[in-house]
Design a protein around this ligand. Structure first.
Ligand code: ZN
Length: 405
């Protein structure tokens, strides 16, 4: 399966030609950056989990490193410290363009939806680098116990079968998520001008700067409204009291939805916006106490969002567009940890962390398309099993070149 996924990456995305353009700042390197990149891609496609496991696999090969082109774990780590992350972003873009042209990227609810959110990784009390953020976690007055961590904002495209990872931006020490998100969104609007029509974020993104930035690029915004002290929230609640909701059922959920256009209540965003409230009652089936019978439980939720989406986008589409925000939790952050074992960082330095996530995004995009479109074998039902098959072949390969085929 390792051979299949590598050949697929080359045939459809030209991946191993694209990596020829990656550079790093090592002085007089013995091993080319492209060979290091090829090794990193092998490690990630096989989800090895650590550079040491890569060394073990490399030493296991009976052929050995005859060509001298296979890097050691420490060489990979050193190169990752200075690898040019812009060249990785260019590869991601090239993969996106090829996937889009081949109709591998599909809209969801009739829209191309971008999702943005912040995420924290490699929280530790012992391991730190010069780029770490730090916080005091002692909880005792006058005592300091530091916890170190890195954070980044991620931007992805929602999709009906998988999400497509576009870019990340570090959140530097002493800055907020929104500062990083601003840089990320600006770059996304510049590099992917036609990839998305609307950007969805959590309550933090209900922010004039974000809405204005997106509007200046001709994009719509949607964000969760949860701040009950805000004038917008009060207005929405009072309007819901005097207007009847639209009621409909979709699958096993009953929706009561209110949609109000409000103007002049948000100082930092001057245009009219829509405030959507969705009261949802989901019926969930569970095993009853009586053997062999089903019981039913109702789960209730009450959502408020603010969006600049125009009213031609009807309610039955606006609500799922706003809910698609969950894809960044489920299809990106959780999947990175649960399916790809990437809660552990391969190399702890500011540049290496960004580089490894961008490499992982390259791998995830190709892997998700490969899994959705090319795995006809019904026995390969889960991504984890497919990764196991890839890893098994990778470990047993005869290693002469960085991509052992
Ligand atoms: Zn650090």
């Amino acid at each position: 399966m390792f051979t299949r996924v590598i050949k697929y990456s080359n045939k459809y995305f030209d991946l191993f030609n694209l990596i020829e353009n990656i550079t790093d700042a090592r002085q007089k390197p013995q091993i080319a950056t492209s060979d290091i990149a090829a090794s990193i891609l092998s490690i990630l496609f096989s989800s090895l989990g650590s550079l040491n496991k890569f060394n073990t696999s490399r030493n296991f090969s009976s052929v050995g490193n005859l060509t001298g082109r296979i890097p050691s774990a420490s060489t990979i780590a050193r190169a990752a410290d200075t690898i040019d992350v812009e060249s990785l972003r260019k590869i991601l873009k090239s993969i996106y363009l090829k996937a889009k042209r081949s109709k591998m990227i599909e809209p969801i609810y009739g829209k191309y939806i971008g999702i943005i959110d912040g995420h924290e990784i490699c929280s530790s009390e012992i391991h730190w680098c010069s780029g770490c953020s730090a916080r005091n976690v002692s909880g005792i007055e006058g005592k300091i116990k530091l916890n170190y961590y890195h954070r980044y904002t991620a931007f992805i495209l929602a999709g009906p079968r998988f999400c497509f990872m576009l870019d990340i931006e570090p959140i530097y020490p002493n800055e907020g998520e929104l500062s990083s998100a601003y840089r990320l969104l600006e770059r996304a609007c510049r590099d992917y001008p036609k990839a998305f029509e609307v950007v969805v974020g959590d309550g933090l993104y209900l922010n004039g700067t974000t809405f204005n930035l997106l509007a200046s690029h001709g994009k719509y915004a949607a964000a969760v409204l949860k701040d009950e002290t805000r004038q917008l929230y009060e207005e929405a609640v009072s309007l819901c009291g005097i207007v009847n909701p639209v009621i409909y059922t979709d699958e096993n959920t009953l929706y009561k939805v209110w949609d109000h256009t409000i103007d002049g209540l948000w100082d930092s965003y001057k245009k009219p916006i829509r405030v959507i409230r969705s009261e949802e009652i989901k019926t969930v089936r569970h095993h009853s106490k009586d053997l062999g019978k089903w019981g039913y439980l109702e789960e209730k939720a009450d959502w408020y969002w603010v969006t600049s989406l125009p009213s031609v986008v009807g309610l039955k589409n606006v609500v799922p567009v706003c809910h698609s925000r969950w894809q960044i939790e489920n299809g990106c952050f959780n999947e990175i940890v649960n399916t790809w074992n990437a809660d552990h960082v391969y190399r702890h330095s500011g540049n290496a962390i960004v580089a490894f996530i961008l490499f992982l995004f390259i791998v995830l995009n190709i892997f998700n398309i490969f899994f959705a479109r090319n795995i006809k074998d019904k026995r390969v039902r889960s991504k984890i099993f497919l990764i196991d098959l890839i890893r098994a072949e990778f470990i047993l390969a005869k290693w002469i070149y960085p991509i052992p085929l």
